[in-house]
Write a protein that binds this ligand. Structure first.
Ligand code: NAD
Length: 511
């Protein structure tokens, strides 16, 4: 039982040492179905008391879990993957219900989550250290990977199933135990997935779940028995997590917000580009850290692209995602507060002098008057210094800056404080090479609208999109969750090996 039912709403429980227990929190926040505006659960806003229980359980579990052979830990992941696949549809529905993405988008996010578990299944092949004989006479040297202890993960709202799974499958296969704090706005998918991990055979205490916001996060940052923190969320909080985590002696990987540039050269295939740009900007209602939120058409690309883009975007069907027979192209935003924030940012762009070519703010969804909907919005002729160009909006809003040359476009990127992703659409290898080499971002797409790293590669955000040294996922993920032990070995017994071979005890046997 992951929730308790009161007469009106269900309250999320904590997972501590294999048991679902009540939080000691006195405050709660509502979890909404963003399509209908209905409250579907309550999240307890826990603090140190809850965190300490979870860390104690994780510390206890670590003693045995770190000694379980890595192939057996990987076998838990194989079973976990099978269970996730068996629950694929149910999980996608849960993601849609608490987050609001369309069902196909939710399914894709669950698929991406499963891929991280597939990566974790292969960790034994990546767990090797190094070894070298005779680094000095008769001295050999080797490094062996060890887990680091109790690790914690703090997740954002926008991918309720996927982002937590970027973290703990890698951490626990490496031999660590884990305390997860899902976003207080979408706690339900994480709880459902934790039950599957338990069924897969993860011992009690290997994964624990706490709930809350700032106080809960601070308790994780300050707890002396947590060795490492993985964070994904907005830039302001990512920086805070990095600074506070480091202050308390922890390893930190903190992925932040983004503003992803999409450069369109005049020679690009405009029909494919308009479609890809549409999907990149408005997919998941723009609530993606890799959303293409700033288009920079170069030269004569602008007029033809804008016409196609407005035509495609204005045909998008926006509607509730929580009913079976509707198949909208886009769902709602996460909360009414976030909806207001996005609306205000559009208004600010307009007041700064940009042209709102397509305005989704007045959209009404007939069968969901209380849902948090905003239609696709396109803001043309923005200037590089405007807030709609500089700031992350995190909604279905595409800002457009028209550039004269590729040089100008690359320079706009150089002024951006973020650095998650950037894309070029072109038929020119030379332009693509120039862009790939020089653009100031960590994940590059060439004729690919959303170049988000898959599980086998690190999620390589740059600048204010990442704080830390080792990124989430891929081999960097394994490095983050392990420490190496170097052993230097010498055996005494007098003399060199050559002399020893003169000794009858050491003489090789003659067959
Ligand atoms: P957020 O920063 O508001 O919240 C993220 C987590 O931090 C949540 O668990 C929340 O409880 C906690 N938190 C919030 N305020 C806090 C505070 N004052 N002190 C301590 N902890 C606090 O982010 P969000 O709105 O949930 O998610 C959207 C953001 O996440 C966007 O900026 C998006 O770009 C980013 N994101 C980044 C990536 C990436 O890989 N770079 C991936 C997904 C989302």
């Amino acid at each position: 039982m992951t929730t308790t039912k009161s007469s009106t709403t269900t309250t999320c429980k904590l997972l501590v040492g294999g048991k679902w227990i009540e939080s000691s929190a006195k405050e709660f926040i509502d979890v909404y179905n963003p399509s209908s505006g209905e409250v579907i659960a309550r999240t307890p806003m826990g603090g140190m008391q809850d965190v300490d229980k979870a860390v104690q359980a994780a510390s206890k579990a670590f003693i045995e879990w770190k000694e379980v052979p890595i192939v057996e830990r990987a076998r838990v992941m194989f079973r976990f993957k099978n269970l996730l696949e068996a629950s694929y549809e149910e999980l996608a529905k849960c993601v849609t219900r608490e987050h609001g993405k369309t069902l196909p988008e939710a399914r894709a996010s669950v698929q991406r989550a499963i891929e991280v578990v597939e990566f974790a299944c292969g960790i034994p092949s990546l767990f090797f250290g190094d070894a070298m004989a005779n680094i000095a006479t008769n001295v050999d040297c080797e490094t062996i990977r060890h887990p680091i202890g109790v690790c914690a993960g703090i997740a954002p709202f926008n991918f309720p199933a996927m982002v937590p799974l970027w973290m703990y499958p890698i951490a626990i296969t490496c031999g660590n135990t884990f305390v997860l704090k899902p976003s207080e706005r979408v706690p339900l998918s994480s709880m459902m997935i934790a039950e599957l991990l338990e069924k897969a055979g993860a011992p009690a205490g290997v994964l624990n779940i706490v709930h809350g916001g700032k106080d809960c996060v601070n308790a994780l940052l300050e707890h002396p028995d947590i060795k490492a923190i993985s964070f994904v969320g907005s830039t302001t909080i990512a920086k805070y997590i990095y600074e506070q985590g480091a202050k308390h002696g922890k390893r930190v990987q903190a992925a932040g917000g983004a503003k992803n540039h999409i450069i369109i050269m005049p020679d690009a295939d405009m029909d494919h580009t308009a479609q890809a740009l549409n999907a990149s900007a408005f997919g998941c209602a723009g609530e993606r850290c890799m959303a293409g939120s700033l288009a920079i058409p170069v030269g004569e690309a602008a007029d033809v692209l804008m016409e196609k883009l407005v035509a495609t975007a204005s045909k998008m069907k926006v509607g509730r995602t929580d009913v079976e027979d509707k198949h909208p192209d886009m769902g709602p935003l996460i909360t009414s507060e976030h909806l207001s924030k996005v609306r205000n940012m559009v208004e600010k762009g307009k007041s700064e002098g940009a042209e709102v070519l397509l305005d989704g703010r007045e959209l009404k969804v007939q069968d969901a008057p209380n849902g948090f909907f905003l239609g696709p919005t396109i803001i043309d002729r923005a200037k590089p210094t405007m807030s709609v160009v500089q700031d992350e909006i995190f909604g279905p809003v595409l800002s457009v800056v028209r550039a004269k040359t590729i040089e100008d476009a690359i320079n706009i990127g150089a002024q951006c404080p973020y650095g998650n992703g950037a894309v070029i659409f072109t038929e020119s290898g030379k332009a693509a090479r120039e862009f790939k080499h020089r653009f100031n971002a960590g994940m590059i797409g060439i004729n690919v609208g959303v170049p988000a790293s898959m599980a086998w590669f690190p999620f390589t955000g740059w600048n204010n999109s990442f704080y830390g040294d080792l990124h989430i996922q891929g081999k960097e993920g394994i490095q983050f969750y392990t420490q190496q032990k170097m052993t230097m070995t010498r055996w005494f017994g007098g003399g060199s090996l050559a002399e020893k071979f003169q000794d009858p005890v050491w003489k090789p046997r003659k067959s």
